[in-house]
Design a protein around this ligand. Structure first.
Ligand code: FYN
Ligand code: ADP
Ligand code: MG
Length: 581
């Protein structure tokens, strides 16, 4: 007997006898028709059977312990695969738990679809108190790119097609799809049902920049004295890796990667200016921004960070979203289109007579880089007891160098900030982190997605506080036997472990945790490997073993509890700091 999902109306003799297809199977068929083969979610009313059926029909169903992490996994899967990642949740509370991930995906421009079961419209709309009653569509709408509800089985195909297209076309983002419980048990004649499904053609069409805008951008770039290229995670998402590298190398223009653009070109590339970030942002006269927003992470393109007192800069910005242009500062040469098409148009326009930037500019950068590398090397070589962030990260740096295919997940404050500058990335889309919001809690969801989507080893560099947000998902890692090595940078608290309660009361300060907590036992509890380490040698051995075995491993690395600054490198954002200014 063929599975109902395999039945094609035009070929099947069974269609001579009337056969019905239900909402469950129409839904699964619609996903499969669009090459979606994985669902991240958490079962419960009304989607338990749907997830069972999905698995029975050969889809990969990854079941989590909390919807937020399933949602984060879907978002990261979207970034890693350029297909919408799917997260499925139950109604009201499960739906709400998924919303942070949906909003974060939208903020990060990651394509995902949050699909939640919901209560019956006629009861919800009259507010008659249904099981888990909530007007989910209305609540989701402001948090995503688009939100749809499907009420009739014959509209499932259209609903999924619209959700896919909304998630991946133009600027990618989060989409919400509301499926009331009753939809799943509706039936249609098999032929009519299957014929109602849509295979989305060209879901993320190219968008070519206008020739005028290309000429304007090239003209500005050609006349630059101290040009700089800024690469954001949009550039990583765009999968124009070879052309972006060619643009940098052909023009000889130094570049700065935003954190998730690290590895688009190897961080060790001679044109990387990451090790002298402040200098190049201040001194550049023309900046070509590719797939990055001039938001808080870039000091809104102005002020001291950008050396505003030295005169205005000229900006060229490549983005697929026209409304991104001029969002913070005037953009002299907007290049609206998809990054692949825009970069390729620039490359075509850069003839053989291109003059590379002057040695004054590149030499000044090289000199500062060398100085900063020297300083960094000294901190990395030190072997203090207990370990510092830097000494522990020097081990992670070596391990990532030896395993460039590994996906690196990173969150925390100091852990995140130190890891960003210390751990070099060598390949595109290998780094997943806290993104545009600087959100904590992405760790285990992103780690699961990294392993499931790519099949590669994952190395999760986690602050002890950050890890706590998604820590229960170590059970998920063990259940699916995922090759994830978590290193918890344990300094006994948020920022550091030495804050005092100044009230004289007995409670610990709000930023302080239980001292010397044994996080590794959480992994042991579910059959994974847990190791407690206090030296860099022990950390190195544990990481090598984790990667060789491919077993879920949690390494609890004891870090000096006095190490760490308030909010890492974004201390300036604390309101009390502003008060003191
Ligand atoms: C970088 N640097 C290096 C190297 N790489 N020195 C030597 N060797 C290497 N390889 C230098 C770099 O030039 C900078 O010095 C400094 O190290 C830091 O580099 P980074 O990390 O690139 O720059 P910075 O200023 O921290 O970047 C700003 C930022 C970043 C806002 C983009 O901080 C960021 O992404 N923050 C996210 C924070 C976050 O989301 N936190 C979560 C919430 S935590 P200078 O050139 O001297 O400046 C809640 O509390
Ligand atoms: P970062 O945080 O790394 O600076 P952002 O998330 O702020 O990066 O910016 C990413 C930008 O890339 C967004 O403005 C988004 O519209 C844009 N973008 C995403 N994908 C593409 C694409 N394929 N082509 C062009 N622009 C894109
Ligand atoms: Mg900590």
């Amino acid at each position: 007997m063929p599975s109902i999902l395999e039945i094609k109306p035009e070929t099947d003799a069974v269609s001579e006898t009337p056969v019905l297809i239900d909402g469950f199977h129409l839904f699964l068929n619609a996903l499969k028709l669009n090459d979606i083969d994985t669902i991240f979610g958490l079962p419960g009313i009304p989607i338990t059977d749907l997830l069972r059926m999905a698995q029975a029909e050969g889809m990969r169903v990854i079941s989590f312990r909390h919807e937020q992490h399933a949602g984060n996994a879907a978002a990261a899967a979207g970034f890693l695969s350029a297909k919408p990642g799917i997260c499925m949740t139950v109604s009201a509370p499960g739906f709400l738990n998924g919303l942070t991930a949906l909003a974060n995906a939208t903020t990060n421009c990651f394509p995902m679809i949050l699909i939640s079961g919901s209560s019956e419209r006629e009861i919800v709309d009259l507010q008659q108190g249904d099981y888990e009653e909530m007007d989910q569509l209305a609540i989701a709408k402001p948090l995503c790119k688009a939100a749809f509800r499907v009420l009739r089985a014959q509209d499932i195909g259209v609903g999924i097609a619209r959700a896919i297209r909304a998630a991946v076309s133009g600027r990618p983002g989060g989409v919400y799809l509301d499926l009331p419980a009753k939809l799943f048990s509706q039936t249609l004649p098999l032929d009519a049902g299957l014929n109602s499904l849509i295979k989305v053609v060209d879901p993320a069409p190219s968008q070519l920049p206008g020739p005028d805008s290309v000429a304007r951008a090239l003209n500005l770039l050609k006349n630059a004295k101290r040009p700089l290229i800024l690469l954001g995670k949009g550039a990583a998402y765009a999968r124009a890796d070879a052309d972006i590298r060619a643009l940098v190398e052909k023009t000889g223009i130094p570049y700065l990667p935003m954190s998730m653009a690290k590895g688009l070109l190897p961080d060790t590339h001679e044109l990387s200016a990451a090790a002298t970030r402040s200098f190049v942002l201040q001194e550049a006269d023309v900046v070509l921004v590719i797939g990055a927003r001039l938001n808080w992470l870039l000091s809104h393109g102005k002020g001291k960070t950008w050396g505003q007192e030295k005169g205005p800069k000229k900006f060229i910005q490549i983005d697929i979203a026209p409304t991104e242009i001029d969002s913070n500062v005037a953009i002299d040469a907007p290049l609206v289109g998809d990054i692949g098409s825009c970069v390729s148009a620039l490359l075509t326009g850069i003839g053989g007579d291109w003059a590379k930037p002057s040695a004054d500019w590149t030499g000044a950068i090289a000199e500062r880089k060398a100085k900063n590398f020297g300083k960094m090397a000294a901190t990395l070589a030190a072997r203090p007891t207990p370990m510092s962030f830097q000494s522990a990260l020097s081990v992670v740096k070596e391990i990532v160098k030896d395993n460039p295919e590994a996906i690196v997940v990173s969150e925390g404050a100091n852990t995140l900030d130190f890891a960003r500058s210390i751990v070099d990335m060598y390949l595109p889309r290998k780094r997943l982190d806290v993104g545009t919001w600087g959100i904590m809690g992405i760790g285990m969801g992103f780690a699961v997605a990294g392993a499931v989507v790519t099949g590669q080893q994952v190395i999760a560099i986690e602050g002890d506080s950050a890890f706590g947000f998604s820590g229960m998902e170590v059970e998920t890692l063990c259940r699916y036997h995922l090759p994830v090595c978590i290193v918890v940078f344990n300094n006994n608290g948020i920022y550091k472990g030495t804050d005092q309660n100044t009230s004289g009361g007995n409670d610990l300060a709000p930023t302080v945790f239980v001292k010397n907590a044994r996080y590794e036992m959480m992994m042991q509890a579910f059959g994974g490997v847990g190791v407690y380490v206090t030296t860099t040698d022990e950390l190195h051995t544990a990481m090598v073993e984790a990667i060789a075995s491919g077993k879920p491993t949690l390494i609890n690395a004891a870090i000096d509890e006095t190490a760490g600054t308030e909010s890492g490198r974004i201390t300036n954002l604390n309101p009390a700091k502003a008060l003191k200014k």
